[in-house]
Design a protein around this ligand. Structure first.
Ligand SMILES: Nc1nc2c(c(=O)[nH]1)N[C@H]1C(S)=C(S)[C@@H](COP(=O)(O)O)O[C@H]1N2
Ligand SMILES: [Mo]
Length: 408
């Protein structure tokens, strides 16, 4: 009866055993906890409370209980958060796969449920394995092919994370004590994971762990560079935006969507045609580029940090402070409100975004006209774009046409 995967003798690898599974499980316990926390933080950073524009999960209900005003300090906060989230997620893929492989015989235990408690435990494992695979697959797809999920990635990954993490916590509570015992023991006690009829080993346990760790290291080494500029970026072989340095010069840093992709018509962005509409408490003001240049201009050094994990180092932006624009339409008491920003772009998920009052108030938050001493290039948002410290790239709207100040 060794032909059937339901018989223990079918599983022959001498590598399987409680200790191998426990080591991988403890790595995942730490890693997935960090993924969950950085994921929740990333979601908060989108300002999903500023409905309806930013909120891609309007039915979040109590799952949004923890939302808070994302701070503007330190200015690299989102860059760090998202770099860790994406790089760690990719690095853990070999560990996750090895862990699933190590427990696959348990998928085939008979009878499928010995008792109600056992049935419930198996259903929770289904949520754990299914939820884990779902989170990793949707995450990788969003990073690699951000066009397959037009807007729907956020609710999928967000709800999936809660289902997965609930099952993960239950599993960790049940299994961590035994896992710690397993790795402390000098001699391994056989368990249901240990093959009763093992094949002769072709690699040691230690060798197998090195193999998994080596796979993780390789993924780490070919991903992490997307969070840096210069030669390091070229090591990000696996990151879609990693090595594609968009030309040289002051505007030669990572571009997400180009002006052509976004359908921006050069005729609309010319100095003659373009006007910025600013709406607020005291009415509407329309400003030409020349009008903006007559306002006080300020500089700030800030990165672009995308939800996909890539980021640039600090660039020198120059433009008009958001709070100075708020002051033009009646918020001149030093206490500006939220703002809703719309671009010239007519289609696409990221053509508008809302910023919180704390982001508008920060003196480093600009409507930038220049970067690194040159006018913005068309791809970086010419004639004007938003740039805010510590915020996700998606809130840094390019090709801005209209700003509406007021509480959202
Ligand atoms: N109008 C508009 N603004 C936009 C986007 C867009 O698609 N349309 N993409 C956003 C995203 S997701 C990011 S990461 C940054 C990227 O800015 P960059 O292309 O200048 O690096 O721009 C943001 N601003
Ligand atoms: Mo982005």
């Amino acid at each position: 009866m060794t032909r059937s995967p339901f018989s223990p003798g079918f599983w022959r690898s001498p590598l399987r055993g409680p200790r191998f599974t426990s080591v991988l499980g403890l790595v995942l316990l730490a890693g997935i906890t960090v993924l969950f926390l950085t994921g929740l933080a990333s979601y908060a950073a989108y300002n999903p409370g500023l409905s309806p524009v930013n909120d891609k999960t309007p039915e979040k209900g109590i799952l949004g209980f923890y939302l808070f005003s994302w701070p503007t300090d330190p200015h690299w906060l989102y860059r760090l958060n998202q770099g860790v989230h994406v790089t760690l997620g990719i690095t853990l893929i070999p560990v996750l796969l090895a862990k699933l492989w190590s427990v696959v015989p348990r998928l085939f235990t008979l009878p499928p449920a010995r008792s109600l408690a056992h049935a419930l435990e198996r259903i929770s494992l289904l949520l754990l394995v299914g939820g884990g695979l779902f989170e990793f697959v949707t995450g990788v797809f969003n990073v690699q092919l951000n066009y397959v999920f037009p807007g729907s990635f956020y609710p999928l990954h967000f709800y999936g994370a809660w289902v997965f993490f609930a099952a993960f916590v239950a599993h960790a509570v049940l299994k961590t004590p035994a896992a710690l015992r397993n790795i402390r023991q000098l001699r391994e006690e056989p368990s249901d994971l240990t093959s009763p009829r093992p094949d002769p080993p072709t690699v040691s346990r230690r060798g197998a762990l090195w193999f998994v760790g080596g796979g993780s290291l390789l993924l780490f080494a070919t991903t992490a560079g997307q969070s840096f500029d210069g030669p390091l970026r070229r090591t990000a072989l696996l990151a879609p935006h990693g090595w594609a340095e968009p030309g040289g010069g002051p505007n030669g840093f990572q571009i997400n969507k180009t002006a052509v992709y976004a359908g921006i018509d050069a005729a609309e962005t010319s100095a003659e045609a373009w006007r910025l509409t600013v709406v607020g408490r005291t009415g509407t003001v329309r400003l030409s580029r020349a009008d903006l240049l007559r306002l006080p201009l300020h500089s700030s050094a800030l990165p672009i940090a995308c939800v996909e994990g890539w980021s640039t180092s600090d660039q020198w932006w120059r433009g008009v402070r958001l709070r100075d624009l708020a002051a033009l339409v009646g918020y001149d008491d030093g206490d500006p409100p939220d703002v809703f920003v719309e671009s010239l772009q007519r289609h696409g998920a990221f053509r508008r975004a809302a910023l919180r009052a704390n982001q508008v108030a920060d003196p480093r938050s600009l409507l930038a006209l220049f970067v690194n001493g040159e006018e913005l290039s068309p791809d970086h948002g010419h004639p004007a774009r938003v740039i805010v410290p510590a915020a996700p790239g998606v809130l840094n709207t390019k090709w801005v046409a209209r700003m509406t100040f007021g509480d959202l």
